[in-house]
Design a protein around this ligand. Structure first.
Ligand SMILES: [Zn+2]
Length: 412
């Protein structure tokens, strides 16, 4: 451990417990071992207006807690922790906690996000180290408060921005191959949709995206990059930034949808970005996908990227033409291998499709709420056919673009 880190840990030993407000640090003893910390159990106890959330860890850790409003959340930042909990954990409301999720937030950092059923503050935070086998119990006690109190506590607990570092992508100037960015949605703390079997969207689509990358890498014609290659959270803004910094020629975001109470709704859909959704269902889906950042405890204000000058606006129009062209080609190519949605080409305001200069599509492979779709999405045979057809659509897209560029180059 670096001396600086050790110093911080020693200082924090003295800063033990802050009650009544949102922001607080809890620390437990010496963190000498380098083995990964394992969270093996979570329990939630409800008593009057208090809810106690306890996590059994293989050893003590530093925990930082903050509150966020809209939706009301308690965010617990931890060093990297391997959560070995049953998949159904955190989905049902208990006391002040409406639901909670956990996972890797950035390399070396894990996070627990509790969505609150009512405004509440952290009234106690401590680590009990007297657990069997050297384990430690991280205890976070929440107490119900009124809206005004919550708002003040959330403002006090707001720390420095906690977004993961920006991706750094440097395009090799000698490499003139088209750049394709594949974006497996969700990850880490944000699991995405859950299938009835307990499998998460984030895991299914990461393995699909990896297969697509291998296929596209196959003949070396493209430079293929992924926004994430492991189970880690990446904000929507960072995904767009990644594609722009990589000077991507095509951005493909991969997802899988879910709809409750409609197991017969199924099929693949290809979306392009638009200020106006093509239909109510697309608007609902984009809203849900756009909540990914807030669910992970990252505030994603609509920044400067949304205020476009006239040149960017013109570029956007041209880019959208390419996006539409590719989306239609993709649907045409996938028609014979995938089960398509009854309306497979749709538009909506997905945050991840906002790069004004990168043709972008979002593919919802199917519905995890449909048994048949889930069987397809998890089948090696279907995945193999899908990535082959997607590669054909990509090849044709670039063949047309290069032909057009070539024609433009020979014009006087
Ligand atoms: Zn998704």
């Amino acid at each position: 451990m670096a001396p600086f880190t050790r110093l911080i840990r020693l200082c924090l030993l003295a800063t033990f417990l802050v009650a009544g407000t949102g922001g607080a640090w809890a620390v437990g003893g010496d963190a000498k071992a380098e083995a990964p910390v394992i969270a093996a159990a979570v329990s939630v106890a409800v008593e009057g207006g208090k809810t106690r959330f306890s996590v059994t860890m293989s050893r003590s850790v530093l925990a930082q807690v903050q509150l966020m409003e809209g939706p009301d959340r308690v965010i617990v930042d931890l060093p990297e922790v391997s959560f070995r909990l049953p998949p159904e954990h955190g989905r049902k409301p208990e006391g002040l906690i409406a639901s909670y999720r956990y996972g890797l937030f950035a390399p070396g950092r894990s996070r627990v996000v509790m969505e609150l059923a009512q405004p509440a503050v952290v009234s106690a935070l401590h680590v009990d180290q007297n657990q069997p086998g050297g384990a430690a119990l991280l205890v976070i006690e929440l107490s119900r408060v009124d809206r005004e109190h919550f708002r003040r506590a959330a403002a006090e607990s707001a720390g420095p921005p906690k977004a993961p570092p920006e991706p750094v992508v440097v395009k090799d100037v000698r490499d003139s191959r088209p750049v394709i960015v594949i974006d497996p949605g969700h990850g880490g703390i944000d699991p995405g949709a859950a299938a009835l079997s307990g499998v998460y969207e984030k895991d299914l689509i990461l393995s699909f995206a990896q297969l697509l990358k291998r296929k596209l890498d196959g003949d070396g014609r493209y430079r293929v990059l992924m926004t994430r290659e492991q189970d880690v959270f990446i904000s929507l803004g960072d995904r767009v930034k990644f594609a722009r910094m990589a000077k991507a020629d095509l951005f493909i975001s991969i997802h899988a949808d879910s709809i409750s109470g409609a197991q017969d709704v199924r099929g693949l859909t290809v979306y392009t970005g638009s200020e106006r959704a093509s239909d109510a269902e697309s608007a609902r889906l984009a809203d849900r996908e756009n909540r990914a950042d807030s669910l992970a405890g990252v505030e994603s204000g609509d920044g400067a990227d949304d205020v476009m000058d006239i040149l960017q606006d013109l570029t956007l129009r041209e880019t959208r033409t390419f996006s539409h062209g590719f989306a239609s080609r993709l649907v045409g190519e996938l028609d014979s291998v995938a089960r398509l949605n009854k309306n497979p080409r749709r538009e909506a305001g997905f945050r991840v499709l906002r790069a004004h200069d990168v043709p972008s599509v979002l593919v919802e492979l199917g519905y995890l709420s449909s048994r048949q779709d889930l069987d397809l999405i998890t089948s090696d045979e279907w995945r193999g056919k899908m990535v082959s057809s997607m590669t054909v659509a990509i090849d044709r897209f670039f063949a047309t673009r290069l032909a057009r560029q070539g024609a433009a180059a020979v014009l006087p």
